[in-house]
Write a protein that binds this ligand. Structure first.
Ligand code: PNW
Length: 494
């Protein structure tokens, strides 16, 4: 009792932004309606459905294209200050290029934004959340040297059409996942196994992505900021990687892991010196030499490019889910090809005591938001942060009483408060996700929603889970009440 009384005194400031997040392919559906073009997931999930565990796809998903008013109603029920959603590139530019703007696509996002603004819910727009137009993929996607120009053109259409009302833009969601985990814009990997040239694509993609981000940022800065008055940043997935022991080998392994996981994208933008992290380029040089490449197998940034990219973010968006312990171990490979994996001479694993979610990669690691942000803050000179995603998955047939998700969100809140107590410039937090949705290769088997979505009901009825009531209570009262239990499971708008 005393413990909770003490905790209750720690309050979130009134201007702290509480929200929830989604992404276009995962919720919208209407994959071929009203002039939308095909994207890489439409293509891949139709032509190669076995990649998805339940062989599902996002053709209908939560059908937010037709249910956006209900979505905004849910935001009002929760009392959200903000909602983060993404724009489907092919919905507004069916050819991928800015030569043809689809008015129905623009209208959809206008309707959504206007509906939110009626109720004072601030839109946070992700410009690119993985759903690359298929046309651009066929031209090389993120590996094309033209990619940054295509992206800049697309970003201009977004700023021009929505920037009068949208004051926060995020260029990319999770460069690492785009370039390495799924290689969605580039070729190999589970989702789009067309090319497999991991070694070279990793760094080419990273560089092209960061250049595209910088071009869009500068466009906003030079042509839109003055009249629109908003902010533009990028979201990087930053999990926490802790050395498993105090040994110098484990510490070095953990640092390499951090730099390889997120430093590759954060360093060019947020560090004072710019370019790829030296830990990575050094290690690569050594590895490349062993692999009988006598030069750096990496498209490094020129001095000019370093200057161009450095400082191109008004905030650092962090998607944070979990943590791992890292221990040094030689990676066994007989591949003569250099690869990003060469940098990860380590093994990572969660601590046994951390509760596990339905997603195999996700555990509840204590205070990991604080651990990640305090590290980033010191490394990158105290940037402004938003947590742009954080959440917990449960398995598909689970009931509405998601106490494990409640436990996760409460733990996250404590970690956020630790950040604020420490003076970290953290301005907001977006829960992933507002509603159950298409979880990429896990299909509809691992669900992250505060609201349950009935995917067998044509109306895609949404029902609040217990966690929705708990999150609502936190937002309203600005502290975590561990005693709080919803009296009924009936939601109202306050
Ligand atoms: C995010 N990790 O991906 C994505 O932005 C969402 O689209 C996705 O649905 C959500 O998280 C849940 O998976 C992640 O390495 C990528 O821990 C990587 C990690 C976590 C989430």
């Amino acid at each position: 009792c005393h413990g909770s009384a003490v905790r209750q005194q720690r309050k979130f400031p009134h201007d702290f932004v509480f929200g929830a997040a989604t992404s276009s392919y995962q919720i919208e559906g209407a994959w071929n309606e009203d002039g939308k073009g095909e994207n890489i997931f439409d293509y891949e999930n139709h032509n190669n459905p076995t990649v998805i565990v339940d062989q599902s796809n996002g053709d209908v998903a939560a059908d937010s294209y037709h249910n956006y008013k209900r979505d905004v109603e849910m935001m009002r029920e929760l009392g959200l200050d903000a909602y983060r959603f993404s724009i489907s590139w092919a919905r507004i530019l069916p050819t991928g290029f800015a030569n043809e703007v689809n008015p129905a696509g623009i209208a959809y996002y206008n309707n959504l934004i206007n509906e939110m603004l009626k109720y004072n819910i601030a839109p946070l727009v992700t410009i690119y959340h993985w759903d690359l137009p298929k046309t651009l993929y066929d031209l090389g996607g993120l590996l094309s040297p033209e990619f940054s120009d295509w992206f800049e053109d697309y970003a201009r259409v977004v700023f021009e059409n929505f920037g009068d009302r949208v004051k926060s833009f995020i260029t990319f969601n999770e460069p690492r996942e785009i370039c390495i985990v799924t290689l969605m814009g580039t070729g190999s990997g589970a989702e789009t196994a067309i090319l497999n040239t991991t070694a070279v694509t990793t760094y080419t993609c990273a560089k092209n992505l960061v250049l595209a981000h910088a071009k869009a940022y500068k466009l906003y800065d030079q042509e839109f900021r003055e009249k629109q008055g908003g902010q533009c940043g990028i979201t990087i997935s930053v999990n926490w990687f802790e050395a498993a022991t105090e040994s110098p080998e484990d510490k070095e392994a953990a640092e390499l892991r951090r730099q390889g996981e997120w430093g590759l994208y954060a360093h060019p933008i947020f560090s004072a010196e710019g370019g790829f992290p030296t830990e990575i380029t050094q290690k690569l040089l050594e590895d490349n030499a062993k692999q009988s490449y006598d030069r750096l197998c990496l498209p490094d940034f020129t001095e000019e490019e370093k200057v161009f990219v450095r400082g191109t973010a008004d905030f650092f968006g962090v998607n944070h889910y979990t943590a791992y312990l890292v221990t040094a171990a030689k990676r066994v490979t007989d591949s003569p090809m250099p690869s990003i994996m060469d940098e990860f001479d380590n093994v990572m694993f969660p601590d046994d005591s951390w509760p596990a979610a339905a997603s195999p990669w996700l555990t509840l690691a204590p205070n990991s938001i604080y651990n990640a942000l305090s590290y980033l803050r010191n490394l990158y000179n105290d940037p402004i942060f938003y947590i742009t995603e954080n959440g917990w998955s449960t398995a598909k047939d689970r009931d509405l009483f998601d106490d494990d998700r409640v436990q996760y969100y409460r733990a996250s809140m404590e970690s956020l408060l630790n950040c604020l107590d420490d003076g970290i410039r953290l301005k907001g937090y977006m829960a992933w996700s507002l509603m159950d949705n298409f979880e990429w290769s896990a299909g509809y088997t691992q669900l992250f929603g505060l609201y349950h979505v009935n995917f067998s009901d044509p109306a895609r009825t949404r029902t609040p889970k217990k966690s929705a009531f708990v999150y609502k209570h936190i937002i309203k009262n600005r502290y975590v009440d561990y005693e709080y239990e919803p009296e009924t499971m009936t939601m109202t708008i306050d």
